[in-house]
Design a protein around this ligand. Sequence first.
Ligand code: C2E
Ligand code: MG
Ligand code: MG
Ligand code: MG
Length: 279
Amino acid sequence: QAKREGRGCFRIFSDELDARIQARRALETDLRCALAAGDQLKIDYQPLLSARDDRVMALEALVRWDHPRLGRLTPADFLDVAEESGLIVPLGEWVLERACATMAKWPDVSLAVNISPGQLSSDALVERVLKILDRTGFDPTRLQLEVTEHAILDMEGAVETLKELRATGIKLVLDDFGTGYSSLSHLQKIEIDKVKIDRSFVAEMSLLGGSSAIVQAVATLGSSLGISVTAEGVETEEQRAFLRALGCEELQGYLLSRPMNENETGTYMERSTAASQAA
Ligand code: C2E
Ligand code: MG
Ligand code: MG
Ligand code: MG
């Protein structure tokens, strides 16, 4: 009896596994098509505001995929597949090129683009990034590349690659700071221009304390090392007030603005320019 059940379980399990593997394969094939066709992939932009005066300092490019059958997918739905299949490289190039070209409309702010582990370890990343900047006429000092500690530690040669990128004038941002390995010594090993405190710390933060000690420590460290500190995931006025008081220079989160499509971003940028001219 037990044996039969066991075998039955195995069969069901195996079917499910098969289905999952097949779904991943299908997604990979679809992503290949999407990259070739070009009109299913979209970029949303989320602003980073100066904590002092709410001026827009940068726009972060966040990729989306309007899948013909599955509807809108977010990075969590397909980045793993992209990473495992190596499609992250052409996908990353598409995002960078498209965002750099689009940013011609908003010349006064910087562009932040996420770089995943697979991109960081890919061949000739520096050359390929420079080629894109060249083609789009984008000033390297306006580009911020966001990497995670995880990506830097896992990849042999990542530190070298990041140094080369930074030498071209590109700014380096440590994203999701505080998660994973979270060793402050990385801040000195790789020269970093900015850290983004992970939204989990911002979420837990309250006026009563909690992980505000961590946020405070990062803010203090940042200012002593000359590294700009940004907080992501700001959702409440309370968090905003607290982060300002701690000396965070830039804030990002749903309270300030959700990620917006290109048209919405245009409207948003017009309004914010008008507001800062009136001020
Ligand atoms: P991330 O770089 O840390 O980006 C922040 C994520 O948090 C975004 O999710 C954003 O929509 C979301 N977010 C922003 N403000 C808030 C808030 O106040 N509350 C909450 N709960 N969430 C907020 P998204 O767009 O789903 O992206 C997830 C991750 O996928 C990004 O995390 C980034 O690591 C990665 N990613 C996005 N676009 C790209 C890309 O073009 N290339 C690569 N390699 N990775 C990307
Ligand atoms: Mg990011
Ligand atoms: Mg982040
Ligand atoms: Mg994050």
